[in-house]
Design a protein around this ligand. Structure first.
Ligand SMILES: C[S@@+](CC[C@H](N)C(=O)[O-])C[C@H]1O[C@@H](n2cnc3c(N)ncnc32)[C@H](O)[C@@H]1O
Length: 268
């Protein structure tokens, strides 16, 4: 089964609403916010900056961008009308941002419209990522900044030892929810090929311990995916979820993923 986000417009609205909850849950995590602030601080936002987020989901990152120093206007694009509806609802009262439905690989903006383009945990969900990077390049002004942040999903784990059964859920989550789990490792070559000058790549380790956070949704989504594919029984799927909750309740939960940020600049 392919990454659910690849065909997000075809996913049942109630499932999209649940995914929207997961996006907001992760965005509310203070450590995720610290990481976001850390890599956004690497960007030299010009005054009155026009900023675009591709694959904005429910708009959590776009909301931060709209309130970032020097930012005049922030725009978020996402193919899901459910996510865009949630993004508009959650941003009421913030005047300098706008959300539109759209595909980040085919933008309606004129070339040289934006000073900064951010792609936050979205590129790993997009087939033909080269097209999204080409569009980012086109709509950026000369010396504009591209910032990509994504999970290096090959590092994602909840294992606390060899043959940890919960790890099967993480593998299933990766298979069903991440189009390209390896994309972080190709980011330098991808942005270079798109015409950008790569400037800075950084790793951001993220640990959940001894209690779980959004990684519990990896287990639930992975266990459900294994059961619906007929690879395990419903009973085992429920038992794996119960094991994860037991670890959470007994402070024996450990999850880790390394995220990475990369910045590129459009030459003159
Ligand atoms: C994991 S979510 C990240 C959302 C948001 N950036 C955040 O960090 O909360 C991935 C997003 O990529 C979006 N997406 C998938 N294909 C896309 C495409 N072709 N163009 C733009 N966004 C896309 C999905 O709809 C989803 O909202």
């Amino acid at each position: 089964m392919p990454d659910i986000y690849v065909t997000i417009r075809e996913v049942a609205p109630d499932i999209q609403e649940r995914l929207a909850d997961v996006l907001e849950l992760r965005a509310a995590d203070t450590r995720q916010q610290e990481i976001l602030h850390s890599y956004l601080s690497d960007i030299d936002f010009p005054s009155n900056a026009q900023v675009l987020e591709l694959g904005c989901g429910t708009g959590a990152v776009t909301r931060t961008l709209a309130q970032w120093p020097n930012v005049a206007q922030a725009v978020g694009i996402d193919p899901s009308s459910v996510f865009i509806g949630r993004a508009r609802k959650l941003s009421q009262g913030i005047m300098n941002l706008a959300f539109f439905e759209g595909d980040g690989r085919s933008l309606e903006f004129a070339e040289r419209t934006f000073d900064v383009v951010v792609i936050h945990t979205a590129l790993s969900h997009v087939p033909q990522p080269e097209q999204m990077l080409a569009e980012a390049f086109r709509v950026l002004r000369p010396f504009g900044w591209l910032a990509i942040f994504d999970g290096d999903y090959a590092t994602a784990t909840v294992a606390t030892g060899n043959y940890d059964p919960l790890e099967a859920c993480v593998h299933a989550f990766r298979e069903h929810y991440i189009n390209d789990p390896w994309i972080v490792r190709r980011l330098p070559q991808l942005i270079y090929a798109a015409g950008f000058e790569p400037t800075l790549i950084r790793s951001h380790g993220y640990v959940e311990a001894p209690a779980s956070g959004y990684m519990m949704t990896w287990i639930d989504r992975g266990a459900d995916a294994l059961a619906s594919a007929g690879r395990i029984s419903q009973e085992l799927s429920e038992a794996l979820k119960a094991e994860a909750r037991h670890r959470n309740a007994t402070n024996t939960w450990f999850g880790h993923i390394a995220f990475a940020s990369i910045l590129g600049r459009k030459p003159a």
